[in-house]
Design a protein around this ligand. Structure first.
Ligand code: LLP
Length: 428
């Protein structure tokens, strides 16, 4: 892959990259590097692309988007989506506290994840989440017990593992039999029967999620057919399902990927559900990457150009701790100079300062740059800042959001002192 992804929030103008109407050069000078930059317009457009399939002409809803906040959980990003009418998909007590802090009604949140703790379940019941997406029988029993102790009823959905191959990276494929996720397809009916007999659980839905960065609609249709069959069988057993949560996973263009158009994707699935006679169901999408991935870039400055006999290295001030995806999944992100210069281009491996050979951000990139120049790592809005760490005692990057001509600091750069503020020496 060596093309640039199609971006709506970022563009090149007179040899300078811009986020909406602010130059990335100005942002780097004002906020320093490394720095994540998001475009409010790109976030909004991606959301509205889902919304135009989710809303009927008469204003009634066919489906609702629940943003998978693990992809980017900054409060300002949550707020942008909340203002647009999103619900949320969360996977931890920490994410629950974030949506509450962003002023979101917990009744708009589904709670997913294979390892929900007693504390997390208790808090989610107390604040009244829309639904627990349940991944195992022990989890179901635990939720029933806790709800009983609190004198509450837990709204539940079972996450079906449909055993469908999403044809994506093995680390982000989740709907196969040997993945840890969901309840095995053959056990789903019996598990619903068990749930029905539990006094403190109320069955409200069914859900599945087959993986991430999926570029083909067919695996979704296969998974849907398998889930719709279960809904029919459940109806015959006297169990009525109100909502169908199809999960997230739609892929994006990182530079040469052919990703389905969001509206087309959502319409295809919704039309399929209606054609099969299930138009009465409330449908939920849980997208993360397709809402935020191409709405963000990571700005970094070149520290050194280091030619060696084997390779040229371009050593930058961002690293695997800031953007883990290349090291972890061999993921491709396009990398562009923030200001285009007419210099002789050289091929570089773009690497960070972290002491690991796995600390690379791009390999074999043709760049016309000198040390001190700025680079933008594109398509970094999803699973960038949320997966960042403090490895090598590196403070996490600043994050800013651009809206037209204004720039807002939405996360301050961490201070080094804050990184060890919770540590203690042994008594002397
Ligand atoms: N729903 C559930 C239950 C999920 O587990 C996920 C993502 C999503 C929704 C959202 O999927 P998306 O639309 O973003 O593909 N760190 C990896 C991706 C991990 C995805 C985990 N689950 C990466 O950087 O590629």
């Amino acid at each position: 892959m060596n093309q640039l992804p199609k971006l709506s929030g970022f563009h090149l103008q007179n040899d300078n990259w811009f986020a909406e109407n602010v130059s990335l050069l100005d942002i780097a000078n004002q906020f320093g590097t490394p720095c994540y930059v998001y475009s409010k317009k790109a976030l909004t457009q991606a959301f509205m692309a889902y919304e135009s399939a989710c809303l009927r002409k008469d204003g009634t809803r066919r489906a609702r988007v629940h943003f998978a906040m693990k992809s980017n959980s900054n409060l300002a990003i949550l707020d942008v989506f909340a203002q647009l009418g999103a619900g949320f998909d969360l996977v931890s007590g920490g994410e629950l506290e974030r949506v509450i802090a962003a002023g979101v009604n917990p009744a708009l949140c589904v709670f997913s994840g294979v390892g929900k703790s007693v504390q997390e379940i208790t808090r989610a019941l107390e604040v009244g989440v829309k639904c627990f997406n349940i991944e195992s029988i022990p989890e179901l029993s635990r939720i029933n017990d806790i709800a009983g102790q609190l004198g509450l009823v837990a709204p539940i959905s079972l996450r079906v593992n449909p055993d469908v191959d999403a044809k994506t990276h093995p680390y982000i494929s989740t709907g196969l039999k040997d993945n840890k996720f969901g309840i095995a397809y053959e056990s789903v009916l019996a598990t619903y029967a068990a749930a029905k007999s539990m006094p403190n659980c109320n069955i409200v839905g069914i859900d599945c999620h087959i993986g991430s960065q999926i570029l083909d609609i067919q695996p979704y249709l296969d998974a849907l057919d398998r889930v719709l069959l279960l809904i029919e069988q459940l109806r015959d057993q006297g169990i009525n399902i109100h909502h169908l949560d199809i999960g997230g996973g739609l892929g994006i263009d990182y530079g040469g990927d052919i990703a389905p158009d969001i509206t087309l994707f959502a319409n295809t699935l919704l039309n399929h559900i209606e054609k099969r006679g299930f138009g009465f169901l409330d449908v939920i999408f849980e997208p993360g990457r397709s809402l935020v991935g191409n709405a963000g870039v990571l700005l970094t400055r070149i520290e050194y150009l280091k030619p060696t006999d084997a390779k040229n290295f371009c050593v930058v001030d961002a690293a695997m701790n800031d953007l883990m995806r290349p090291a972890m999944y061999d993921a491709f992100h396009s990398i562009v100079p923030v200001v285009n210069k007419s210099l002789l281009a050289e091929t570089y491996d773009v690497v960070g300062p972290v002491c690991e050979s796995g600390d690379w951000l791009g390999k074999d990139r043709l760049l016309s740059v000198v040390s001190g120049d700025l680079l933008a790592i594109l398509s970094a809005g999803a699973y960038g800042s949320t997966m960042s760490s403090n490895y090598n005692t590196r403070p996490r990057a600043a994050e800013v959001m651009v809206s037209d001509t204004s720039v807002h600091l939405i996360r301050e750069r961490e201070t080094v002192q804050s990184l060890f503020a919770l540590e203690h020496l042994l008594p002397k």
